[in-house]
Design a protein around this ligand. Structure first.
Ligand SMILES: [Zn+2]
Length: 343
């Protein structure tokens, strides 16, 4: 390998060579690849709209258009199908996107530069993946970079616990389900046909759910929170209401059960934490765990790995494990605050 390298900027832009950033803006880089729409990957998106050509999956574009209306008409936003390829013949640059199974539209990125270098970024990814990018140098997500972050339960067990808990608690009163974008729609699949009560969500969430349904998710029917007759339903009987993590539930009732679906780690052998008799945390995770991360790295064939330290604080531990267990040259990214614009 020669020439351009991989790096992560202070603001979290993953640099693949001299022309491509992922999930961030750096002045002078012609392309931004948007791996998915979670907020920790959207830094400086508006700035990129003004100065870069932005490439993303078709599903990510459909979700982003719900908030960034200008994306519909922008000629500098290019959407590709999963497994799609973009070629810039003037720069001899090829960009390939493969699914990362992290959320709807989420992708891994592989870039072939004019020097023939194969550079990649995992993005956030789930496991197992049928199709892994093949690269020489890789920037990898370090969310579960700690060797202790090994899942001792299957995702199916976590799903089952969620369904059982909803079925049990809805008999005693309303159930509030809180989750991040992406995870909330997994909940909607799990709730489909589960209970005979209204499932209520905001107009915005229903708009997103419709995009998920368009791309093949089995989304249960939803009632629009903003409708007066739906608000009245809350007083008449049990119901399920959906919120994003961080959103305030604008009322309180003693018989409410709250279930937080966390994409983050739930420690211990069980896929849940019982915080009280009316409050639960369940690990519906969409990230690979530590062992799965090592398996992924091996499958990419990378000879050099940079662990992303901007979106997780275990980059050091992961880099050491990659070197020790896989014999691959690895180090954590060391982003430096620069005076240069966007770096
Ligand atoms: Zn994510």
């Amino acid at each position: 390998m020669s020439g351009p390298q991989i790096d992560v900027s202070y603001h979290g832009a993953v640099k693949l060579g001299k022309d491509v950033t992922c999930d961030g803006f750096v002045d002078g880089f012609m392309y931004r690849i948007q791996t998915h729409i979670h907020s920790d990957h959207m830094t400086n998106f508006n700035r990129s709209k003004g100065f870069q050509t932005i490439i993303m999956s078709e599903a990510s574009r459909a979700l982003l258009e719900l908030e960034h209306y200008d994306v519909r008409r922008r000629v500098n936003v290019i959407s590709l199908p999963i497994d799609g390829e973009y070629r810039d013949s003037s720069k001899c640059l090829i960009v390939k996107l493969k699914s990362s199974h992290h959320m709807l539209g989420a992708v891994q990125v592989a870039v072939t530069t004019n020097m023939g270098d194969q550079l990649g970024y995992s993005g956030d990814f789930s496991s197992p993946l049928e199709d892994v990018i093949e690269v020489d140098s890789l920037v990898v997500d370090s969310t579960y970079g700690n060797p202790d972050s090994v899942r001792e339960y299957s995702q199916e067990e976590a799903n089952l616990f969620f369904r059982e808990k909803v079925t049990e608690k809805i008999k005693g009163g309303p159930v509030i389900v809180k989750a991040s974008r992406g995870t909330l729609h997994r909940a909607l699949e799990l709730l489909d046909g589960l209970v005979q009560c209204p499932i209520i969500a905001s107009r915005k969430k229903i708009g997103e759910a419709n995009v998920f349904a368009k791309y093949g998710y089995c989304i249960c029917p939803l009632l629009e929170l903003e409708q007066p007759d739906v608000r009245r339903l809350r007083k008449e009987g049990p119901y399920i209401e959906l919120y994003y993590i961080g959103e305030q539930v604008p009322y309180n009732r003693e018989d409410i059960t709250t279930i937080n679906l966390t994409a983050s780690w739930v420690h211990g052998k069980d896929p849940f934490l019982e915080l009280s008799q009316s409050s639960y945390q369940i690990a519906i995770s969409n990230h690979a765990d530590f062992n799965e991360t090592l398996e992924y790295i091996k499958a990419t064939g990378a000879k050099m790995v940079l662990t992303d330290s901007r979106r997780g604080n275990k980059a050091d531990l992961l880099a050491k494990a990659i070197t020790k267990r896989l014999g691959i040259n690895a180090k954590p990214a060391k982003p430096v605050l620069s005076r240069a614009w966007g770096v």
